[in-house]
Structures are given as C-alpha cells and as structure tokens.
Design a protein around this ligand. Structure first.
Ligand code: OTU
Length: 660
C-alpha cells in the first residue's frame, strides 16, 4: 500500500509511540550508557522511516509489531558486535559525511581470482593499487557459490563464507583492515535479489520446509507464473529463457529472474527482510565500507507489472539504509540498476543509495565514439547527470557485464534520434558488422523475438586496439589508445568517483578462450573477464609500449585529478560547442573540459569559453593555449583547461586525514 500525504501525521505519531514501546528492550540490551545513548539518538533520527516502510509493506500482517521488534533485535545484536575500530570509523564519517566526494577518490574493480589468484594474492597487490592511487576497491563476489553454476559468483550460497578457492572470511576481514590502513575502502557485492540454489535456505526449502519456501517465491503450478510472465522482461533469453524454473523434487515452480540456479528472494515476507538485514550487518561488521546492491530493480514483484523498479523497492532500500545509519553509519550503498535513466536515478539519495553506477554516461561515451558526434551525449547529460544532496555517480567505461544501450528513447527523440534504430546501429557497430567499425565486440543475449542485443568486449577491444594491433598500423594503434584515454579521462574529470576495470589500464584485449570452456561458452561476458596478463603489467613502465602509453596516460590524468580540488564532486555543467564533434563541460565553474570525439582535427569558436581560454592553461597539453577566434583540438584530444592563477593543491596521493 502507498501512503497518502495526509497519513504523515498519523505515521509520525505512531512511530513515536512504537519507539517508546521498544525503548525498554533497547535499554536492557545496551547497559553501557554511551552505547545506549548513541544507538537511541541514531534510531530516533531514523525510526520514522523504518516504521513508515515497515507499516507500508508489512502493516497488513497480524504480527506486525512482533516483526518490527525482531528487526530491532537484529540491529541491537549487530551494534553490540561491531568492533571499536569500526565504531570509530562510523563516528568519523558521521562528522565528515562527504568524504567520498573528494577528488582523491579513485575506484578499481576486479575478480579476486582473475586479478590476483586469491585474497592473499590481492593483499600482495596493494602496492600496485597504491601506484595507481586507488582509494576504493570493489571485489566481485567472493562468497561461497556452486562449483559449476555460479554466474561468476553472483549465485551466492552463503553470505558468511568466502569461496575456499579465494581464502577465508578471516582473511577478508584482515584485507578490509589492511586496505583501510592504505586509504582504500573495501567494496563488496550484496547479491540481495536472489541466492544460489545451494544456499542453506534454498536447500531447506527444497527439502520441503515451508518456512524457508516462504523466503523465495514458490508456485504450485503454472497458473500464477503464467499470469506474471507476459509482463516480464527476459534478462538472459538465450541461456535462461523465462522467469520461472520447475523443481521436479517438489513439483513446484520457483521465481528465477536470472539463471535457473538463482532463486529470487521474497521481500514480501518480513522474516526474509530481517534475515537479509542480518546478512548485511554481518558484512558491515567485517569492515566492508560500501555494499554494491546487485540487481536492485527486481526485488519486489506485483502482478500486472513488469516487476522492475516498483515503488516498494525504493521503500525497502530506505528501510535498509535507515538501519545502516543506526548500526554502522560509515557503510554506504551503491546501486546497481542498469535500467531506464529515470529509474537509475530513482535509487539515488542520501536516504537510499548514496552511490550509483552511471550507466547513462557509460553508454553515452560509447555512443559518441561510434557516431563521433556529441549532441545526444550533451543533451542526455544535461538532463540526467545532475544529482541532489550528498550522493555521487560511479563513472565507468566497462564493467564485468555487457553494455546495453539503456539511453532514454525520449531523450533520443528530442535530438531527432529514433531509439530502436540507434540501438541497432550501435549493436552493428560494436560487433564490428558496421562497415569501417574499429570495434571488436560480441553479441550478448540476442533476443530474436525483440531484436534486442547487448554487447560484450573489453574496453581496449571495443575502442579499436584489437583490430589496430592486428593491422600493425601505428596510426590506428595511436587512435585506439587515444580513444581509451579520452573516455577514461572523461570519467576522471566529470564529477563523481571514477572506476577502473582493472586490466583496462594496460589495454587488455578480449579473451576468446572463454569459448573453449564448457562452463562459460554460453555467456559471452567472459570475453571481457580475462585473467590478468602479467606481460602487459610488466611493460606498463615502458612508454614506448602500448600498455605503457595507456598506463602512463591514465596515471598522469589521475595525478592531476588528485592535485586539483576543482575535480571534486560538485557541479558539472554540460555545454554545447560550435562543433558537433566536441564535447564540453565545466567543473565547479573552474575547469573547462573539452573532448574531441572524432579522428580528425576539429576547431570550436573560442568566444563562449573566453573566461577559461584567455591566459588559461591546458593541464593535459604541453603547449600553451592559442587564444585566437577558434580553438583547435587534435584527433581525440582531451583538454582540461584551467584559468590563469589556479594552482594545484599540495601533492597528496592518498586519502585525506579524515579517511585514515
Ligand atoms: C547483475 O547484472 C550482475 O552484475 C551480473 O553479473 C549478474 O549476472 C546479475 O546481476 C545477476 O546477479 O542483467 O546483464 O538492472 O541489469 O542486475 C547483467 C540490473 C544484469 C541488471 C543487472 C544484471
């Protein structure tokens, strides 16, 4: 049920009353006065949200208060268990809630096994992460998961056990601690839409335990699934068609949005809400600082809807966030919602996910590289980039997933582009089918029914490096390197936290060997999930080598980002230039970023930017700016232009004192 505004007063009153009823329980659970008052103060600030959401989602249940009480007990247990080190961190972050808006923030993401073999191997890579200046490290799922069917770890069999191939939970906890000592925040996935079919809850459900069956969405026959199905989007139409899986053991059907071994959890059950709250706290108390909420849009289902992005999803996240603010306020949520821009944005807020992938800009970067034109990019960003409050984008060019052309058809139409035609073009371009395309990607989940398709491939291969190296054409190689640096450079300067998909910084190409692995061959995303290539990393300091050109180019930009506080998150204003190939945006009214998306020299009228150009300086260029009527940009040139008299802050490669 959705609450009306007129209900507000009632909610406030009921929440206050309910909190009074819970107080004795809290007081007796926390005899230490300091902890008691901290917990109560925080809870008072967030209880109305918790109550409102609980009442909206579960108020119809006869034992509503009982459930609320079990949630509070779960929070109390987690709060008591939290280490003093993490409690200190919580208090520091409460004082400095904008810590992640800093220009010093730089993210990286990897699979532990592919990048470093194991958790121990990863610890040994800390010096490398420091070399790059990383302050945010996302490890893709490290949890126990089925040996064969595991979707790269996104089928979790236990949120409390590390996959033994990688190490132990104790090692993970130590790693979190060590990383923090080096100014790096550990980011882990919270795969909370589903578990694997080997999770103990699923095992019990399969054994007939009804309490655990209610943790998932079971159906006795096809009638209800059939009623839902016409509205649902198939996520993996090739490998896992449909959204329900038949379980012969039970003669029942279970909801499986993704693979058949990934069972969707049932958040309509308040017991499941509590159980997942406990798992979240468990991870927070291991020292994880940011949880990436996987597949956010799918966690609530209503018949007659597409079961994505329903308002109840927002409520659930607000409730979970409120609990985090009470027990472990240093923890942040990062939303993984790769959906329509409007819906992507709906999960972002101080009271929801403070961080979000920016698939909107990611798609725009590749769109502009293919078309060499930026007016759609500029228009989209003007509408979709600005965020409110203490929140931030995570800007990236590649992830471990496919690229889906998720721009808004309305935004496209406003600049005269037909969305479906454009998607067709982009798919042709990035699979290399379009004549003259520089890209070497592969299709992911082509759906012949809808004609839909997504794209797999590494950053370097999609940006043309693979084909260029095969052609042995130095000019083409140079252009590919420039494309990589151009799109990464925009992520480094646009406002928000840039995220490097480790391997991209040394120009890692597609890994076609995945097709020989029977486990992987049906999922083309493995094309861009290769094991780290030591040879590429070894040549990164050789400026004449291709990995060296990319690595040094990135490092140079990262150091500049860190040296100029003007790159901190804040205001980003996208503006049109007189040239359709040249992107422009202004950071915090102090830095002008220009990007030429074409392989030809371009010029723009200088006059609209005269405030920056007259006596200004391009941080990335070696020569002074010419200040004529027009400004010239070399093929794929990126410029970071700063007006005269603005100096860099003292070099400080790592986090500020507040983060240590
Ligand atoms: C996520 O991606 C993960 O990133 C994937 O690696 C997983 O396979 C999947 O969830 C299941 O856990 O569809 O193609 O809007 O787009 O959650 C990738 C969200 C996906 C979905 C996204 C999903």
């Amino acid at each position: 049920m959705t609450l009306m505004h007129t209900d507000r007063e009632w909610i406030t009153k009921q929440a206050a009353k309910t909190l009074q009823r819970l107080k004795p329980r809290i007081v007796s659970a926390l005899p230490e006065e300091e902890l008691q008052s901290e917990f109560l103060t925080r809870l008072a600030g967030h209880f109305e949200t918790i109550f409102e959401v609980a009442y909206s989602l579960y108020g119809g249940q006869y034992d509503f208060f009982y459930h609320l009480q079990t949630w509070i007990d779960t929070a109390l247990a987690a709060y008591r268990e939290r280490s003093s080190i993490l409690r200190d961190l919580d208090r520091r972050r409460e004082q400095n809630p904008a810590w992640y808006q800093d220009n010093k923030m730089v993210g990286a993401v990897c699979y532990v096994d592919l990048f470093a073999g194991s958790l121990a191997g990863l610890e040994a890579k800390i010096p490398y992460l420091e070399e790059l200046g990383i302050t945010y490290l996302h490890l893709m799922p490290v949890f126990a998961s089925p040996e064969q069917n595991n979707d790269g770890g996104y089928a979790v069999s236990s949120f409390r056990e590390v996959n033994p191939r990688l190490g132990t939970m104790q090692q993970l906890e130590q790693l979190a601690y060590k990383l923090r000592k080096h100014g790096i925040s550990l980011v882990l996935d919270f795969v909370f839409n589903h578990t694997s079919n080997e999770h103990p809850w699923a095992v019990r459900a399969l054994a007939g335990d009804e309490e655990y069956q209610a943790y998932y969405r079971f159906f006795d026959d096809r009638s209800i699934p059939n009623a839902y199905e016409p509205y649902l989007r198939e996520i993996f139409p090739e490998q896992a068609p449909g959204s329900f899986t038949y379980l012969p053991e039970l003669n029942k059907w279970v909801w499986t949005t993704f693979y058949s071994f990934q069972w969707d959890l049932n958040y309509a059950n308040p017991q499941l809400f509590r159980a997942m709250l406990e798992e979240m706290f468990f991870l927070a108390n291991r020292g994880v600082e940011i949880l990436r909420l996987d597949a956010v849009p799918f966690i609530w289902k209503e018949l007659g809807t597409n079961c994505e992005n329903l308002p109840q999803v927002n409520m659930l996240i607000r409730a979970y966030n409120a609990f985090m603010r009470v027990v472990c306020p240093s923890l942040l949520f990062k939303s993984e919602a790769i959906v329509h821009p409007r819906d992507v944005r709906s999960y972002i807020g101080e009271d929801k996910c403070q961080l979000s992938y920016n698939p909107i800009m990611m798609v725009s970067l590749w769109e502009a590289l293919a078309t060499r034109e930026v007016y759609f990019f500029t228009h989209t960003m003007q509408k979709q980039f600005p965020l409110e409050g203490n929140t931030s984008w995570i800007n990236y060019v590649r992830s471990h997933d496919d690229i889906g052309w998720g721009f808004a058809d309305e935004d496209a139409q406003e600049v005269g582009i037909i969305g479906s035609h454009h998607r067709y073009f982009l798919n042709q371009f990035y699979t290399g089918a379009f004549p003259g395309s520089f890209a070497a990607g592969q299709p992911f989940n082509y759906n012949p029914r809808t004609g839909d398709m997504r794209i797999s491939g590494t950053c370097a291969s999609l940006a043309g490096l693979e084909k260029a190296l095969l052609s042995h054409d130095p000019a083409e190689i140079g252009r590919a390197v420039k494309r990589i640096l151009l799109i990464y450079g925009i992520c480094f300067s646009a406002g928000g936290i840039p995220l490097i998909y480790l391997g991209d910084e040394v120009g890692t190409l597609n890994n076609y060997a995945y097709a020989d692995d029977p486990e992987k061959k049906a999922d083309s995303r493995w094309l861009h999930r290769p094991p780290a290539d030591e040879r590429l990393y070894e040549s990164r300091h050789d400026p004449a080598s291709v990995p060296g050109m990319i690595f040094n180019g990135m490092l140079r930009m990262l150091r500049l980002r860190k040296a100029y506080p003007q790159f901190s998150n804040g205001n980003t204003r996208f503006v049109s230039t007189s040239n359709k190939h040249v992107l422009a945006f202004v950071r915090n009214a102090q830095i002008l970023v220009l990007a030429n998306f074409s392989e030809h020299r371009q010029s723009i009228e200088a006059q609209p930017f005269s405030g920056f150009l007259a006596a200004g300086r391009d941080l990335l260029g070696d020569s002074a700016l010419s200040t004529g009527q027009v400004l010239q940009l070399e093929p794929y040139q990126l410029m970071w232009i700063i007006p005269a008299g603005h100096e860099a802050s003292p070099p400080d490669r790592y986090a500020d004192a507040a983060r240590a």
